[in-house]
Design a protein around this ligand. Structure first.
Ligand SMILES: *[C@@H]1O[C@H](CO)[C@@H](O)[C@H](O)[C@H]1NC(C)=O
Ligand SMILES: *[C@@H]1O[C@H](CO)[C@@H](O)[C@H](O)[C@H]1NC(C)=O
Ligand SMILES: *[C@@H]1O[C@H](CO)[C@@H](O)[C@H](O)[C@H]1NC(C)=O
Ligand SMILES: *[C@@H]1O[C@H](CO)[C@@H](O)[C@H](O)[C@H]1NC(C)=O
Ligand SMILES: *[C@@H]1O[C@H](CO)[C@@H](O)[C@H](O)[C@H]1NC(C)=O
Ligand SMILES: *[C@@H]1O[C@H](CO)[C@@H](O)[C@H](O)[C@H]1NC(C)=O
Ligand SMILES: *[C@@H]1O[C@H](CO)[C@@H](O)[C@H](O)[C@H]1NC(C)=O
Length: 337
């Protein structure tokens, strides 16, 4: 049997709030410096946590394959592996890079947020580390949202995926008054590709979704937030909680190229996709232990087109919890910042 050395990297990206309108404020340099210091300090723990998750997944895969088929079928299925343990992590700080399409009332508690959306199946295998102690964080709510294969966000399906954000604001007469996190741009109550789930006792959680498509001006990305001390409303949305971090995850450019050539992604021809290199909010500093890029492997060990597993370690700076005002965020009735 193949020995699966290990795995993966991670990335999340955090920025500080800057007082100018627009979907993506610039991060502040002291935030970036702190993030890199934390990432470097916990590198060994990140690598160990990643290895543990990776081995667990391979163990489970093996058991389920054995149950379904002949053992030799499993042996012949080369489960993906990495030669080198990656230490990278995405360290998040409290921040508001949540973008214009954050919509807490549509974020529901579930482990599969696909809701029938077309696209390549994508499993996010997530570890959350407390960067203050370099220990796994138990029972924190990890919250994801991203656009569908042709660039639309649920709850905002009436907004074009192809119109630059400044033009959208112009068309709505909101150029002067738009306030990120406050101005309500939602158009409907759809909830696809939005979901959240708590970490287990080992600081791990998993989310099933599809590989995201793209919309105008941005590299392919997934929004993520981590909440502590959370409680749920009756319908499974968040009722209260402290947001300890916000960030965006990206995928390797070569995989984006490969998968965007396939349907249903390929049918999105109205705009040219923004590559990772062209995106102005991926701040990478790989030599500092920070990376916002998710490590991907084909779920069947062979072909990403059949499904993808992404390994992420989210590093949370719990010393910097953001306490929210009830009702302060977009949508009004919810504590969310
Ligand atoms: C296992 O292998 C045997 C012999 O090759 C074959 O007859 C059988 O159908 C296989 N079972 C499964 C579940 O693939
Ligand atoms: C991970 O971190 C350890 C300890 O800091 C270092 O020795 C190792 O080279 C790093 N691995 C990678 C892939 O960067
Ligand atoms: C959950 O309930 C809140 C009000 O309590 C509502 O605003 C929101 O739309 C509901 N979300 C879903 C997904 O049903
Ligand atoms: C993405 O969502 C929009 C709005 O609901 C829908 O019209 C479109 O068909 C979806 N894209 C795909 C590939 O299903
Ligand atoms: C924007 O303002 C212009 C001029 O004041 C007006 O004609 C137009 O109807 C407004 N558009 C919207 C969407 O409110
Ligand atoms: C957790 O939430 C409860 C109720 O919302 C609140 O009373 C408590 O102070 C919070 N604790 C922390 C550490 O934020
Ligand atoms: C995409 O980029 C190509 C090459 O730069 C250009 O010719 C084409 O007009 C662009 N398409 C759109 C829809 O912007």
């Amino acid at each position: 049997m193949q020995f699966f050395s290990t795995l993966m990297a991670t990335g999340l990206f955090a920025t500080a709030v800057v007082a100018h309108p627009g979907p993506h404020p610039e991060p502040e340099s002291h935030d970036l410096a702190k993030r890199n210091t934390l990432a470097r300090r916990c590198a060994g723990s990140v690598a160990a946590m990643n290895e543990k998750r990776y081995n667990k997944r391979n163990f489970e895969n093996r058991r389920s394959l054995e149950a379904r088929a002949n053992y030799t079928d499993f042996v012949n299925t080369e489960t993906p592996y990495y030669d080198v343990i990656q230490n990278d992590t995405c360290v998040l700080t409290p921040s508001v890079t949540q973008g214009p399409y954050v919509w807490p009332r549509s974020q529901t508690l579930r482990q599969d947020m696909t809701e029938g959306q077309n696209g390549i199946p994508f499993t996010l295998d997530v570890g959350v580390l407390d960067m203050a102690t370099c220990e796994p964080l138990e029972d924190v709510l990890v919250d994801f949202w991203h656009c569908n294969a042709t660039g639309k966000y649920s709850s905002f399906t009436g907004r074009s995926a192809d119109t630059p954000f400044n033009e959208l604001l112009d068309s709505l007469n909101l150029t002067e008054t738009y306030d990120l996190g406050v101005t309500d741009l939602h158009t409907d109550d759809t909830t696809f590709l939005r979901g959240m789930w708590p970490t287990n006792s080992e600081g791990m959680m998993e989310m099933q979704t599809i590989y995201p498509g793209f919309y105008v001006g941005r590299a392919i990305h997934i929004h993520a937030q981590v909440h502590t001390n959370w409680t749920l409303a009756e319908n499974g949305t968040i009722a209260s909680g402290n947001t300890v971090s916000t960030g965006q995850l990206y995928m390797p450019e070569e995989t984006n190229v490969e998968l965007m050539a396939l349907e249903p992604y390929a049918s999105h021809t109205a705009i040219n996709r923004t590559t990772n290199a062209e995106d102005d909010i991926i701040y990478q500093s790989e030599d500092n232990g920070y990376s916002p890029i998710i490590s991907l492997v084909p779920a069947d060990g062979v072909d990403m087109a059949n499904g993808v597993i992404g390994y992420i370690t989210i590093g949370v700076d719990t010393t910097a919890i953001e306490l929210c005002d009830a009702g302060g965020a977009a949508g009004g009735e919810r504590t969310y910042c």
